[in-house]
Design a protein around this ligand. Structure first.
Ligand code: GLU
Length: 278
């Protein structure tokens, strides 16, 4: 049994992160499993070594310990490239040169009505889907998943979180209409959150993914990618989001609720637990 906490080093960890890490840690402890850490730093324009260092300090202060070595996504580009190549060779990816504005315009054309939103924003209208595919997988263009080709049957996963407990099924029609052709390799990154998280949860042997309810909608995508790449599907636990007094989700820039602010203000880890209701 293995759980993980997978923060991005793009700002200070706040109470919502503490909640997520503590739930994952305690779940592993309760079942004699292991707790792993992964630094999700594929967005090198935003990731900073100082934030990564603070993640370790904050988690240690919360009295968590984790297995070494820590996986860092910026070291894993070859693994992502291999997964993309497998999907490319199966004929499931195509290059996309659309800019954000092109997509918005095509998706809001008069006959289309208001653009429909999926887990990654506006659902891609398919502009580049049927262009001739180059013989080699390009490295310098965004790559999209051809959803109609990729999904042949419904995809299921087991959810243990409070909001949606049970077996969650996503049909081919839902993948096509509500998710669409998502980007699996961004031009500026060579990968994407969806691809990296799927490849890495498998590489770390994660059996129980614990994360916030904001990622629930992304999970069918990850389970589909597991199917396509021949990877095992873990159980999922999407926990509630910790909100501020106004009911707003906490953000990285909300320094008032940063773990470091509470620590510097003289609170102890038990106080932080109490603040998030644990
Ligand atoms: N890196 C993501 C974040 O910091 C979490 C990804 C996940 O748990 O799947 O929001």
């Amino acid at each position: 049994m293995r759980t993980r906490f997978a923060p991005s080093p793009t700002g200070p960890l706040h109470l919502g992160h503490a909640y997520s890490a503590l739930i994952a840690y305690e779940k592993a402890q309760a079942e004699g499993g292991r707790f792993l850490l992964r630094i999700e730093d594929i967005d090198q324009s935003r990731a900073r070594p100082a934030w990564e260092a603070q993640i370790y300090d904050d988690l240690a202060w919360l009295e968590l310990d984790w297995q070494q070595p820590v996986m860092r996504q910026s070291d894993r580009m070859d693994a992502y490239r291999d997964a993309l190549r497998a999907l490319w060779e199966a004929g499931l990816l195509y290059p996309c040169t659309c800019r954000r504005r092109d997509i918005l315009e095509a998706a809001s054309a008069p006959q289309e009505g208001a653009p429909q939103l999926g887990p990654d924003g506006v659902i891609y209208p398919g502009t580049c889907r049927n262009l001739p595919r180059p013989a080699q997988m390009p490295m310098d263009t965004a790559l999209r998943l051809d959803m109609a080709k990729a999904v042949q049957a419904s995809v299921v996963f087991e959810e243990t979180g409070p909001d949606h407990q049970g077996t969650i099924t996503t049909t081919p029609a839902q993948f096509r209409d509500d998710i669409g052709d998502i980007v699996l390799a961004r031009k500026d990154m060579g990968t994407s959150y969806h691809l990296a998280v799927t490849v890495d949860d498998a590489a770390q042997g994660i059996t129980d993914v614990v994360r916030g309810a904001d990622l629930f909608e992304a999970t069918p995508i990850h389970v589909l990618l597991q199917r396509l790449l021949g990877l095992t599907t873990p159980r999922y636990h999407h926990h509630i989001l910790i909100r501020d007094e106004a009911g707003k989700r906490l953000a990285k820039r909300d320094d008032a609720r940063a773990i470091a602010t509470y620590r510097d203000g003289g609170l102890n880890p038990a106080d932080v637990r109490a603040l998030v209701g644990l």
